[in-house]
Design a protein around this ligand. Structure first.
Ligand code: G6P
Length: 605
């Protein structure tokens, strides 16, 4: 979703802003713009479409000289993705420019009020009200105008504001939308995420909701919402630049698929000591928990669906999985005996944050499983376990999903140990099995060299069905999502046993059905379903262990998996399906890392 950057220092700002915006491209956007102050004038350039167009329009920034500026990538919410609706927006008197990430919920009232007062609106955006409020409240005091304008806003916003009268200064404001300050020497930065900062500095200040800050080349001053100066700690950004680059791979998604064995190892290794799962950051008393609710959005939700099986089997506690966008409005039956587990790669997903807050309000303690250090969810949850996957750039998550699932497995073993639901020997063998996962994920990558060929066969399909039972069904949910989000082929996951209650009506000659057959407690049943769809002409691509001869002889095509401890199998099983989606999307010429209409971090409801 929208990304914002800002720079004030001694370099020309525009090239720095353009570089920063390129780093934020992965968040998903449909237009972009920058504004730079020089000689008490703000120059703005905006384009619909890609940053490349903005670089062209500004001759790589050289047409906008000046050493202080702000930039934005916009993912359209209010108003179509056009040049006019792109940010930065400027005030009628040209004195202010604003970039905004989030949504101003009361913009209609404000727009009406400002129009009545004679302000002229150029765009259809909610953001434009901010810049007119700045003009209205400015009486020579930039900070005061920022405070007065922000006090009128309802909703979520991270703002970067320029004032032509104070050319070496940027004000930034944070309310329910990520905003990080980058501390340099003789120059300072801000951005909506650290990927835009790491090329310049590793020193960061994380703003909290309600705080705002004044940036000049030589200083950063943070204020609380009443305008009192506050001291903030400087945190060290641990991600390196290379981790956020393609490293020779054609796409970030391919790089991130290939990185999974390493990412899962990094997630597990520091948490196993002398054969024991050690989660230092947790002091949850599992004996007080009578129900676990897992909530998340998108793939993170599907990681929860797969992890639920392990948690229930190992801990013998009921586990409920809920989409965060549903849970937040569901009047949920949650109390102080509920443990809420929140999964989020970015830690900034708006619905997940809202569901988390709602459940905490009802007394639940929340454990966050998050990738981005210092993110909102990491901060507001009662406990946090990081996934240590490193930066994930491709919009469609891969290592984010598998590391979330891995942390759920770690937590399931930790909780089971505390609850005494596992015998010592079984516990030890499961800990050993966990350590094998990175190797097995690598094997799953190595033993399927035929995937590009399969993609050539299946990429023309209009739709695909992913079927499976139990954990295979949970993996099918994510497999189908990967396929549809990057290849644009309609893909539906179905519990294999439900086929006869609907989907079978859609099976026709050469209809692809991807059958997941790795959970051997139910493969015989899924095989019957394979026979049923084949009898109606379906083309079956099955995913199973190589030595499962029955399935090999039944299916038209095969994807293989190494034998894995059944409880942890989903984390390995998803890997060939990610690769299949990747190659199908490649055959279809899709923009794999930035699928249309999708955003990496969904910071609005
Ligand atoms: C978006 C992304 C998905 C992700 C989901 C939840 O839809 O494209 O890849 O699974 O948001 O994001 P989160 O950051 O909360 O895991």
């Amino acid at each position: 979703m929208c990304g914002i950057v800002g720079y004030t220092g001694s370099q020309n700002a525009a090239p720095v802003l353009l570089e920063g915006l390129k780093k934020l491209e992965y968040r998903g956007y449909d237009s972009a713009g920058i504004a730079v102050v020089q000689d008490q004038t703000i120059a703005v350039s905006k384009v619909m479409g890609r940053i490349a167009g903005l670089c062209e329009k500004t001759a790589d920034g050289s047409l906008l000289p000046g050493t202080t500026g702000i930039g934005h990538t916009r993912w359209a919410t209010h108003g179509a993705p056009t040049d006019i609706n792109a940010h930065p927006h400027t005030s009628n008197d040209g004195r202010f420019a604003v970039v905004h990430n989030g949504i101003i919920e009361n913009y209609l009232e404000l727009r009406q009020e400002l129009t009545q007062k004679g302000y002229h609106f150029e765009s259809e955006t909610d953001t434009e009200v901010i810049v007119h409020l700045m003009e209205m409240y400015y009486q020579g005091d930039f900070k005061r105008a920022v405070m007065k304008a922000s006090s009128r806003l309802q909703g979520s916003y991270a703002l970067g504001i320029l004032c032509s009268q104070e050319p070496d200064k940027i004000f930034v404001v944070r309310e329910a939308s990520p905003l990080i300050l980058g501390v340099g020497i003789g120059e300072n930065f801000f951005a909506s995420d650290v990927t835009a900062l790491v090329a310049h500095t590793r020193n960061a200040v994380y703003l909290e909701d309600g705080e705002f800050a004044e940036l000049t080349p030589d200083s950063i001053q943070v204020y609380d919402c009443a305008g009192h100066p506050i001291q903030k700690p400087i945190s060290r950004i641990s991600w390196d630049i290379q981790a956020a680059e393609k490293g020779g791979y054609e796409h970030f998604m391919l790089k991130e698929i290939m990185e999974q064995p390493r990412a899962v190892k990094a997630t597990i290794a520091p948490r196993i000591k002398n054969g024991e799962i050690v989660l230092d950051d947790l002091d949850i008393d599992m004996h007080c928990v009578n129900k676990i609710v897992i909530t998340a959005c998108g793939s993170a939700y599907y990681a929860g669906c797969a992890g639920k099986y392990a948690l229930e089997r190992l801990c013998r506690i009921p586990v409920q999985t809920e989409l965060a966008s549903e849970l937040r409005y569901a009047d949920p039956l949650i109390d102080s005996h509920t443990l809420l587990i929140v999964l989020s790669q970015s830690g900034e997903t708006a619905d997940t944050i809202a569901a988390l807050r709602e459940c905490q309000r009802r007394g639940a303690k929340a454990l966050a499983i998050v990738n981005v250090v210092g993110s909102t969810i990491a901060k507001i949850a009662d406990y946090c376990l990081y996934t240590w996957a490193g930066p994930e750039i491709a919009v469609a998550t891969t290592k984010g999903y598998t590391t979330q699932l891995t942390v759920l497995y770690l937590f399931a073993l930790y909780a089971a140990r505390q609850l005494g639901t596992l015998e010592q020997e079984r516990y030890r063998s499961l800990v050993s099995a966990l350590k094998m996962l990175p190797k097995q994920m690598q094997q799953a990558l190595d033993m399927n060299p035929g995937i590009p060929k399969l993609a050539q066969k299946y990429h023309h399909s209009e739709s695909m069905f992913f079927i499976g039972r139990n954990t295979d069904y949970a993996v099918a949910l994510e497999g189908a999502l990967k396929m549809k989000e990057i290849s644009y082929i309609h893909a539906e996951s179905y519990a294999a046993g439900e086929l006869k209650h609907g989907t079978i009506a859609l099976i026709h000659e050469r209809q692809p059905v991807i059958a997941l057959c790795c959970n051997e407690s139910v493969t015989e049943k899924t095989m019957s379903n394979i026979v049923e769809v084949k009898a109606r002409g379906a083309e079956v691509l099955a995913l199973a262990f190589r030595d499962n001869q029955k399935i090999v002889s039944l299916a038209d095509d095969m994807l293989f998996l190494p034998r894995t401890e059944p409880i942890f199998c989903p984390v390995v099983e998803i890997v060939p399906l990610q690769m299949l989606a990747y190659h199908v999307a490649k055959e279809n010429g899709c923009d794999i890392d930035k699928p249309k209409n999708l955003a990496k971090s969904v910071t609005v409801e």
